[in-house]
Design a protein around this ligand. Structure first.
Ligand code: C5P
Length: 218
């Protein structure tokens, strides 16, 4: 059987992972958070003190990683690292894994294998463009820069981080710029992706919107 894939790409802080997870639940499909994979590689590299600019070392490390993504968890060799991969240090350093062609090739193969087993909602930067060009439905989800940084700021505060809104906005701008400028798999909407602006909508409204769009052909 061939399974269906819905791709959700877009910039940091657009609420993609929450929306993608809830959409997958509602459809009864699997959910793939591809950013989590780049984060796990980064966490493992930081722990092993691997030089993040050494592509060969990063590739060897990635080859040896055993990662699984059961619902609600991110397991690295059976350790739940779902909180650890959200650390600011990991977020900041994740661009090295994202810029590394060898790491991307391994993770892309892993992502395609994941979606070969069941209908999947996948979320990231390059899912509609590179990883699943033939996806059943593609979305590029965004919101204004201000709204995205407000959401991210509230999320960090809720987790107890004492961080200023201005700092969140500045970091976000830097990450967006890097994601767009990346030589391989830069963030951009696929030609056949539908743009969804979530400014002013809450999570539930976005999930509703996407759920109905998936149920109707473009
Ligand atoms: O989405 P999230 O913030 O978890 O992504 C973590 C890192 O992985 C970011 O640096 C992002 O650019 C990168 N990434 C990527 N390709 C993806 C998903 C995430 O390069 N498909």
């Amino acid at each position: 059987a061939t399974f269906r894939v819905v791709t959700i790409d877009g910039p940091a802080g657009a609420g993609k992972s929450t929306v993608a997870r809830l959409l997958a639940e509602r459809l009864g499909w699997r959910f793939l958070d591809t950013g989590a994979m780049y984060r796990v590689v980064t966490l493992a590299a930081l722990r092993a003190r691997v030089d993040l600019t050494d592509a060969e070392a990063l590739d060897r490390l990635t080859a040896d990683l055993r990662v699984s993504l059961p619902p609600g968890q991110v397991l690295l060799h059976d350790e739940d690292v779902s909180r650890a991969i959200r650390d600011a240090a990991v977020t900041e350093a994740s661009r090295f894994a994202a810029d590394c062609a060898a790491v991307r090739a391994r993770l892309v193969a892993w992502q395609r294998a994941f979606a070969e087993a069941a209908d999947t909602v996948t979320e990231g930067r390059d899912q509609g463009t590179i990883v699943f060009p033939d996806a059943f439905r593609k979305f590029f989800v965004t919101a204004t820069e201000e709204e995205r940084s407000r959401r991210r700021h509230a999320e960090l505060r809720a987790r107890g981080a004492a961080v200023e809104l201005e700092t969140v906005l500045a970091d976000q701008r830097q990450r967006d710029a890097r994601d767009v400028a990346r030589a391989i798999a830069p963030m951009k909407p696929a030609d056949d992706a539908e743009l969804v602006d979530t400014t002013g909508l809450n999570i539930e409204q976005v999930v509703d919107l996407l759920f109905h769009k998936v149920g109707t052909r473009p």
